[in-house]
Design a protein around this ligand. Sequence first.
Ligand code: AMP
Ligand code: TRP
Length: 319
Amino acid sequence: MRILSGIQPSGVLHIGNYFGMMQPAIALQAQGEAFYFIADYHALTSLRDPKALRENSRRVALDFLACGLDPERAALFRQSDVPQVTELAWILSTVAPMGLLERAHSYKDKIARGIASSAGLFNYPVLMAADILIYDSDAVPVGKDQKQHIEITRDLAVKMNETFGQIFKLPEPRIHTATEVVPGIDGQKMSKSYGNNIDIFGAEKETRKRVMSIVTDSTPVEAPKDLARSTIFELYSLFATKNEIAEMRERFQKGGTGYGDFKKELFEKLWLYFAPMRKRREEILADKSYIDNVLSRGAKRANEVADVVMKRVRAAVGL
Ligand code: AMP
Ligand code: TRP
């Protein structure tokens, strides 16, 4: 089985990225041949600062490695180190119906959030389809917000296969069902652009402050608390064991514990959870050439596969 996923180097990674995409991707690396990349071409649709793009790309590689991506099992590389993917994106764009792209939520959401519209932003799903199809990917671990992009990928693959004969495999999304959407401190989907993020490798003081500012209702300390809409409980469930979750559930329902205390418990759990990864991150940082070596090995492997698939595509379409 071939597993593929990508993440944009748009800034610091948060626990929504971790549980939505990174952790499932890391868990899958043992089950097949994994390709994970830093989507720097995609990031150009919203980031126009070369220094920041370069730095963010390295930082995402660092954080991913620190969180457990094993470069012996998975190829980690920059999207732009496999430029063939833009050739495939062009070919796919010639069969991509306008209506299909016009229906993409992420384009509309991004425009609504103030990102400038561009042909690149509109074509974002086509490049993403090329990312997936160029490695003959079977499984794509992503957060729920990316599901429509995988559906578009499948539609484009089918269209190519119908037009030019069997070229592409149809990939399946792998969406972590327990954590479809990780909430941020205001209860909305956690996202850097909403400013409600808790970062994986934030400083201790800042992380504590973010956890303590999770929005709650005004139920008094003595009273039972509503579990169903509690961001504290939802986040705690990501980090704690079954027994610990059951125990917090009981204390929510019984009353007598204030939200402030629950938040402190959440902070402790979260901080402890990422402790080994913080340590690993320091080790990686101490080895100056480690990241570059990993990325260049990853790029080499990715290019080998992409070249084979592109040969097939070019032959099929008549180039
Ligand atoms: P982004 O930073 O929005 O490009 O997201 C990178 C990856 O993290 C994608 O696979 C997203 O689906 C996933 N992701 C981002 N935010 C969340 C969230 N709040 N909950 C679950 N998954 C998320
Ligand atoms: N669009 C994805 C995101 O914003 C990143 C991405 C680009 C991706 N290409 C991909 C994810 C291919 C999976 C497969 O998170």
